[in-house]
Design a protein. Structure first.
Length: 255
């Protein structure tokens, strides 16, 4: 089951993951961070534990493929006054996650323990953030080649990955918050690119609907207003385009 399909609602426990590992049964892992944090194994949701434990997985997923020192994890989980047990707690959370995510049937699991930290090794099929990056790259390649229909398809699939703000519901340290905002900005750029492609394909109506929803979420995106005015103008609605201009000027002036 891919992360953009409808889940079953059932869940795997750590004990079930461990049994599968002992029996050599590989589980298809999927981690979703483009919204509230979720992890799935063969279409069943994993119980990820406490908010702090979830935050560890969130930080590792945002920094996929990179070593994250334990000290950095401590800083992200307790930005102000970490408890004396902070390092031990982080290692406990990571150990729990390693058991939960489990080893693959043909090798080590995705959460790798290093000398001074941890690393999450995943593919684009296992992490929605990576899938987003791959779809954006494919869309830009198609756009550059003049294949607008293919670009639109890739952008639609990238857009469908969004379920809300990145790692919604979790408390972040400074660096993680900045990284989450950067990914949210990337998702906003996907919407605007998709709207632009729709307009180039002569489809102002879906572009208008998309951009109105987009600007409700991101009222300070100047490019979103420009594209919306263009879509309304292309649809022959000059009055609406003018109203959008006035709304944009008022909203952006407040900032």
């Amino acid at each position: 089951m891919r992360p953009w399909l409808k889940p079953t609602g059932r869940r795997y426990s750590a004990a079930t993951i461990g049994r599968c590992a002992r029996e050599g049964l590989g589980l298809m892992l999927e981690i979703r961070i483009l919204g509230p944090l979720e992890a799935w194994a063969d279409g069943l949701e994993l119980r990820l534990g406490t908010p702090k434990q979830q935050a560890v997985l969130g930080v590792l997923a945002l920094n996929h493929g990179q070593a994250v020192p334990v000290d950095d994890l401590v800083d992200e989980l307790w930005p102000h006054q970490p408890p004396a047990s902070a390092v031990a707690n982080v290692r406990t959370y990571a150990g729990n996650l390693r058991r939960l995510l489990g080893p693959a049937s043909n090798g080590p699991g995705p959460l790798v323990r290093l000398r001074a930290g941890y690393r999450l090794d995943v593919t684009a099929e296992q992490l929605d953030l990576l899938h987003l990056t791959r779809r954006r790259a494919a869309a830009e390649a198609a756009f550059a080649a003049g294949d607008l229909a293919d670009a639109a398809e890739h952008l639609e699939r990238a857009y469908a990955l969004r379920r809300g703000p990145v790692l919604a519901g979790l408390t972040h340290g400074t660096r993680t918050a900045a990284r989450c905002q950067a990914v949210d900005d990337d998702q906003a750029a996907v919407v605007e690119r998709l709207a632009e492609v729709r307009l180039m394909l002569g489809q102002p109506a879906p572009a208008t609907a998309l951009l109105k929803q987009h600007l409700r979420r991101h009222p300070l995106r100047e490019r979103g207003y420009v594209l919306l005015m263009r879509a309304q103008s292309d649809a022959g609605d000059a009055a609406e385009a003018l109203a959008t201009f006035e709304a944009a000027r008022a909203t952006l002036a407040e900032e």
